[in-house]
Design a protein around this ligand. Structure first.
Ligand code: ATP
Ligand code: MG
Length: 174
């Protein structure tokens, strides 16, 4: 599947803007290229990935700005979601992609959630032969990013091969 990721990300932001505005948060969409960026990926799944990352940015940030943007590097585009939130302690960074893992369970319990969002992100991106990266500083914020191939010719991805049913069932149970 070949689609323009710019309006897709814009749609995610439109969907989540109200949630951000209920806090003291704005979402900025950084579009330096002013042109479409066509990627070879599963649009629904990538929509889900960006939604989960921006939802987390909103959830774990009290005030400031969330930045969603792209960086084109050769035949790849890096998509990033940057927040000015609580950050993640370094000793937990490697675990946040595990199912049901949440930093400080008791505190995050008040905010709701099951700890599946990032496990789904990881799973979807692995199926696209790519991965999610995170840079985070406690008290300063976090940046999550991933790369996708631009245009045609990505290796190893057949449309419809991404199976997140297992996660959807888990989410319903919780
Ligand atoms: P769910 O996404 O299922 O509603 P969740 O947000 O707790 O619940 P994940 O999205 O998998 O679960 O994130 C796992 C944990 O990683 C979170 O509980 C939180 O502690 C930490 N985390 C994720 N994103 C951020 C972020 N942007 N800033 C700070 N901590 C984060
Ligand atoms: Mg989440």
């Amino acid at each position: 599947e070949h689609f323009n990721i710019v309006p897709l990300a814009s749609e995610v932001i439109d969907q989540l803007e109200n949630k951000a505005e209920r806090k003291d948060l704005t979402i900025r969409f950084d579009q330096p290229y002013n042109s479409p960026i066509f990627v070879h990926a599963d649009a629904d799944r990538i929509y889900r990935v960006i939604t989960n990352l921006v939802s987390n940015a909103i959830k774990y940030t009290e005030s400031g700005e969330i930045l969603v943007g792209f960086e084109v590097e050769g035949q790849k585009v890096q998509v990033y979601v940057k927040d000015t939130g609580v950050g993640i302690p370094p000793e937990h960074l490697s675990r946040i992609f595990e199912r049901f893992f949440r930093v400080e369970k008791s505190r995050s319990k008040e905010m709701g959630g099951t700890g599946l969002g990032l496990a789904i992100v990881k799973h979807i991106l692995e199926a696209h032969n790519t991965k999610v990266s995170v840079i985070s500083t406690v008290g300063k914020g976090s940046t999550f990013s991933f790369k996708l191939p631009i245009g045609q010719g990505a290796d190893g991805l057949e449309d419809g091969t991404v199976d997140t049913e297992e996660f959807e069932e888990l989410e319903e149970e919780n």
